[in-house]
Design a protein. Structure first.
Length: 90
């Protein structure tokens, strides 16, 4: 990975990434897990995830919509990261 969050691209590269479809959720979970494994021992602030998404899609999606979806991803990332840390699986 050239950027510590590049692993999210396997989720973000799919046009439906923001729909909440079960396949998109599955891609998100796997992408987050891959990011955590690739950056083991490196703290990733969940807000970095939101910033990464917003930078990637700025001008491609409506600003308010993009903000809402990026914040949804921030919350989900934080939950998954906490779960992985507490259970020592990433």
């Amino acid at each position: 990975m050239t950027h510590k969050l590049d692993g999210l691209d396997r989720w973000l590269n799919v046009d439906t990434w923001f729909t909440g479809h079960p396949a998109d959720d599955q891609r998100f979970f796997k992408a987050v897990y891959a990011v955590l494994l690739a950056n083991k021992g490196v703290y990733i602030d969940a807000e970095e995830v939101g910033n990464y998404i917003e930078a990637r899609y700025k001008g491609k999606l409506a600003d308010e919509f993009l903000f809402v979806e990026s914040q949804r991803a921030v919350i989900r990332f934080e939950t998954i990261r906490s779960f992985c840390i507490v259970n020592k699986i990433a």
